[in-house]
Design a protein around this ligand. Structure first.
Ligand code: CA
Length: 277
């Protein structure tokens, strides 16, 4: 099974009245009839089914060898394409560090992009965004976010981390290993378990109400989540070497089960040669 997918694939962007920017209010796209979208694309449907099967063949658990990392490629904007990530343990967190590597050619002046979404039934528990203006934003428990001025994301890979600790509220971003200023956010908060981790879409309900204009387009990989604040030197080493020196205890990208829905390709990136000289 490929999981949930819609049986229509519009070639063109959704009608303007449906492309509402929103984060905490849902617009149930699966409830929209074909007439309102204009047409049904049967070619598109069979392509999705085929790609879905191909992607799942390389998804799954424990497939990475030494020096090889899985990488997710989202080739086009959509409200249908995403990957669910099964964590190693529940996201019940009083502190965390989230790291990932990504590249996107979506211009920062164009729109926002969801980079990581963890949602429980009623709340965006831990969501990371590239904002409309290119800044990086963290949102927890559907509250207002904490936003950082950052260099522009582009086609060249960026190693991005964000860490947070509850008792102090200290929140810090690391951009290619360089540490930002510290901001205070959601002091004494706790990230709750029972949700679902999604890459590629922003869910406005538990697993749905996706927005074409918030989808991720580009390549994203090496998504690790730790239940603690990592030391600066560990993050700096991962950024400088291109390799994750210690995997996350909450999400371990080398082990996490990935389930694709829609047009997402999983490619294997070889970070270093295994051949002896
Ligand atoms: Ca949304």
């Amino acid at each position: 099974m490929c999981g949930k997918f819609d049986l229509w694939i519009p070639r063109s962007p959704l009608p303007q009245q449906l492309r509402l920017h929103r984060r905490r209010t849902g617009l149930k796209l699966t409830g929209i009839g074909l007439d309102s979208l204009g047409r049904q694309d049967k070619m598109g449907i069979s392509a999705v089914l085929c790609l879905c099967a191909a992607s799942l063949a390389v998804a799954g658990k424990g497939i990475e060898g030494a020096g090889v990392v899985r990488s997710l490629v989202f080739s086009a904007e959509s409200s249908t394409d995403y990957v669910t990530v099964t964590p190693q343990k529940p996201l019940s967190l009083g502190a965390f560090t989230l790291c990932l590597r990504l590249a996107t050619e979506l211009r920062h002046t164009r729109r926002e992009i969801i980079l990581f979404a963890y949602r429980t039934q009623n709340f965006d528990e831990l969501n990371l965004w590239r904002e409309y203006d290119g800044r990086i934003g963290l949102y927890m428990s559907s509250a207002g976010g904490v936003i950082f001025e950052m260099p522009t994301l582009g086609a060249l890979q960026t190693h991005l981390c964000i860490s947070w600790e509850s008792s102090s509220g200290a929140t810090t971003v690391f951009f290619d290993g360089r540490r930002s200023l510290t901001k205070i956010y959601q002091k004494n908060h706790h990230v709750r378990s029972g949700g679902i981790v999604i890459i590629g879409q922003d869910p406005d309900d538990y697993l749905g109400s996706f927005d074409y204009d918030q989808s991720f387009v580009g390549e994203i990989s090496d998504i690790n989540l730790w239940s603690k604040v990592l030391p600066d030197n560990v993050i700096r080493e991962m950024a400088n070497t291109g390799k994750t020196s210690q995997n996350g205890d909450v999400i371990d990208w080398s082990e996490a089960n990935l389930e694709t829905t829609g047009r997402v390709d999983i490619v294997q990136r070889v970070l270093e040669s295994s051949e002896k000289r």
